[in-house]
Design a protein around this ligand. Sequence first.
Ligand code: PG9
Length: 679
Amino acid sequence: MSSESRAVAAFTGLGLALVAVALAVAHTSREATGPDARPPTASSGAALPPAPSAGAPQYPGYPSETPPSFTQTREGWDFVRREAEIPMRDGVTLHTVILLPNGARHAPMLLTRTPYDADRYGSAADSVHMDMAGAPDVPVEALVGHGYIRVVQDVRGKHGSQGDYVMNRPVHGPQNPTPVDDATDAFDAIDWLVKNVPESNGRVGILGTSYSGFTSAIALYEPHPALKVAVPINPMIDGWRGDDWFHNGAFRQEMLPYIYDQEATRKSSVKWPRSARDDYDAFLEPGSAGELARRQGLDQLGFWNKVLAHPSYDAFWRDQAVDRVLAGRPLKVPVMIVHSLWDQEDIYGAPALYRALEPSDTRNDRVFLVLGPWCHGGWRRDGSSLGAIRFDADTALAFRRDVLMPFLDQYLVDGAPRADIAPVTAFETGTNRWERLRAWPAGCVSGCSIGATKLYLQAEGRAGFTAPAATGYEEYVSDPAKPVPFVPRPVLSIDLDEGHRLWREWLVTDQRAAASRPDVLVYQTDVLTEPVKVAGEPVANLVASTSGSDADWIVKLIDVYPPEVQAQPEIGGFQLPVAMDIFRGRYRESLETPHAIPAGEPLLYRFPLPDANHVFRAGHRIMVQVQSTWFPLYDRNPQTFVDNLFVAKPADYRKATQRVYRSASADRASFVELPVVRP
Ligand code: PG9
């Protein structure tokens, strides 16, 4: 830099510095004009410039570098982005983003109806590259070369859409007195799209994950004629039995932040404030889930007040269970239900929906099921592994490319060939191979059977397929003040990056940390000399007693790896969960009407564990763990019977001695009924 330019620069710098000082003074004095400060006066010497009128530069000689409005050029982008406010039958408009590949004509449309902000899709903020691949929840293969028009719509009451928001809005009926729901909104949206998107071929598919899996499934209730295919992925189907809100009556209190974020504001802009990095501390200190919710202000939120009023499986939950709503209705639209075997959020939904719809599929050509080795939403990630577990190939890409796209194309793309997709496409974990099956559950293509086989809990921490020789029990003290963490602490909050990764992977977390606790019972077989394959729902049959008057029972079916694994040393001795679930003891006699548990009385608790399609290989062991807390994912059972756990008082939380019985006689035998595949 020449001496002159340096001088000029210095002067300019000094000038700018003076301006900066003046601005700082002005700023400070402006700060000084806060609510508690005296208004500035001429004597303070800081003559403030006139407040800027909207858009006009405050300092005309030194204007803002940001223009009043910015128009994004779309040069080089491979798609056009449109927005539409689509009118529903009741006059409410739903904000809809439409992404059209450049030059699209006679193109299929793929619709997703989301509560999570349609504007994220294909917007400048989201697509850092100029192709549609940037839009989330979009099977990239659907766009590259397939030319789909991608449509994403805010559900009623959220983000850009008008109307009132109701969580997973029940269909019109006893739980929804209004004439509109997500079925009518899907119908009206599709009707508008096929009439107002001239580039389309008039054929619409609906696809979505989780909540959007729910909106995809409920679109089947009274489907629009232009709806040609539905793909609900990890759908929320029954929030009480086994999806987001409860599992068998135990409340998933880690969902409190979700309710807060989802319902406090239309744009979900106000987020749950966290009091500690470790959720274990944050959720333990307040006591009950209801007290924590009260402290955070959730009593202002409609859905939370409904949850508070309906802790049991009453009509409120039954009437809106999507599998029950759709069961028996005519199957007008082909549907592919996609399940994740390690779905940490909605592990109940997909199999339940399949079981509801399959009986109507008399020709076995309308209802399809996919079981992938994934976490919640894993179908759209890298499917080569999950946590420490490797699958030898990108299973998610294989699904998107070889199953999902041919399936969608055949119904949406004019002239597309019939897809060679089996009624059930199931990944067999343990051996890492895909299976083409005719139904689910099915242990093989043909020539095998599935037999309910009792894996008995035996003495001395053993498990085996023969009944125990003697009657007895194991016991542990369950202390609500020191609940078993569902993952090793610190239990990081899900909104932290590391917390979100741990949340995605928690269902494949090594269970040795739990196995070492005195309040977790462990039973395991001898080392297997032959592989044991299970396909379907294992069922826990626990004969147990408690010294309290209420109790939770958690049963875990686990694959124990050999002490040394040459191919992957870090998983030597790994205890891999295959199927785990919880049952709140008060609902033993009735899911709708809780009953106190008579203290000290051995009682049978029988409940299904999530579907598995797993081979326990030779050299491995089969393990069962039993415990009574699973915190802070599930709220603690006070272990004394109270009317509503949400308002249990600190004094209600008491230690209890739990006993798990073993016996040769059926009425005292505890076992896990395994759906073992036999050649
Ligand atoms: N599992 C989330 C959810 C679905 C439905 C209701 C509440 C939460 C989700 O991922 O959308």
